[in-house]
Design a protein around this ligand. Structure first.
Ligand code: G3H
Ligand code: ZN
Length: 287
């Protein structure tokens, strides 16, 4: 059964580790992430962007697929199904479809409007037992059409949003979606520290988890990050393994073109990447 992300994130914050959010795109992605979580006994959050939701034929299809897999794969670890960077309208669609968690990304609104809309969603999520993530500042780069300027969050605005009773808070701290450019200045630990001091027990979320050096990940966890989002890295691993299979001509040998064979190296690569991240985030054995 899907669960809210509240309990797993509060435990992570108290235990000084982070739960991974891994974005899903299709059946293979979902299955690989669930298997990696079960094997490592790690709680996990499946992230669904609005674009990926559309690609998978809609949020209800996603809920049906994930619930089916939880049962048939006998998944015992806590799993939350979470809307990633949701619009205000998208949040309502996912609440109705049966997601257990949503992110309302109101970071592009003036703070008053971000507060008003987040407040409304806090009340609905509380009533439904769902978790809610909010965002202040912005994540640089682009993810599935969501474009951010990458400005660091104002810690006082973070406190305003945290005080509304959201479950978790994403604060822009110089993080970027996709690959980090060679001239990236790194995470702003000064901002993160200030946000954590003002928001206390609130689990903080680090977006743009692909390619952040290990020492920065560990320092971020020390400063209150309890959820780390990874998307691009699984896509890169899948693409590289699939490319190798095809370049070696394996799709032309025997039944190598069968999708169950053709997609296997990529799937194994996703599983390896997810396990590696779970290890780094410290969530292994925490389910
Ligand atoms: O919301 C999802 C993430 O922030 C993923 O970022 O693609 O850079 O790993 P990433
Ligand atoms: Zn993100």
């Amino acid at each position: 059964m899907l669960v809210s992300a509240k309990e797993m994130l509060q435990k992570a914050k108290a235990g000084h580790y982070a739960v991974g959010q891994f974005n899903i795109n299709n059946l293979e992605w979902t299955k690989c992430i669930l298997l990696a979580a079960e094997e490592t006994k790690s709680p996990v959050i499946l992230g669904v962007s609005e674009g990926a939701g559309k690609y998978m034929a809609g949020y209800k299809t996603v809920v049906g697929m994930v619930n089916g897999m939880l049962e048939e794969l006998k998944i015992t670890v806590p799993v939350a199904l979470h809307l990633d960077h949701g619009s205000y309208e998208g949040c309502f669609k996912c609440i109705e479809a049966g997601f257990s968690s949503i992110m309302f990304d109101g970071s592009h609104y003036p703070i008053e409007e971000n507060v008003a809309k987040t407040k409304e969603l806090v009340a609905i999520c509380e009533e439904k037992g769902m978790s809610l993530e909010a965002e202040v500042g912005s994540i640089g780069g682009e993810e599935d059409g969501v474009i951010g300027m990458g400005e660091c969050a104002d810690p006082n605005e973070c406190k305003m949003i945290a005080d509304l009773g959201v479950t978790m808070l994403a604060a822009g701290i110089g993080n970027i979606h996709g690959k980090y450019p060679a001239n990236w200045k790194g995470l702003s630990f000064e901002t993160l520290d200030a946000v954590q001091q003002l928001t206390g027990e609130m689990p903080l979320v680090l977006h743009g988890g692909t390619g952040i050096p290990e020492d920065m990940i560990k320092r971020a966890i020390d400063l209150g990050v309890s959820k780390i989002n990874v998307n691009t890295e699984c896509q890169l691993s899948f693409a590289a393994a699939t490319r190798k299979y095809i370049e070696e001509g394996k799709d032309l040998e025997g039944k190598g073109f069968d999708p169950r064979k053709l997609l296997k190296p990529g799937c194994d690569a996703i599983i390896a990447t997810v396990k590696e991240k779970m290890e780094l985030f410290g969530s292994v054995g925490k389910a």
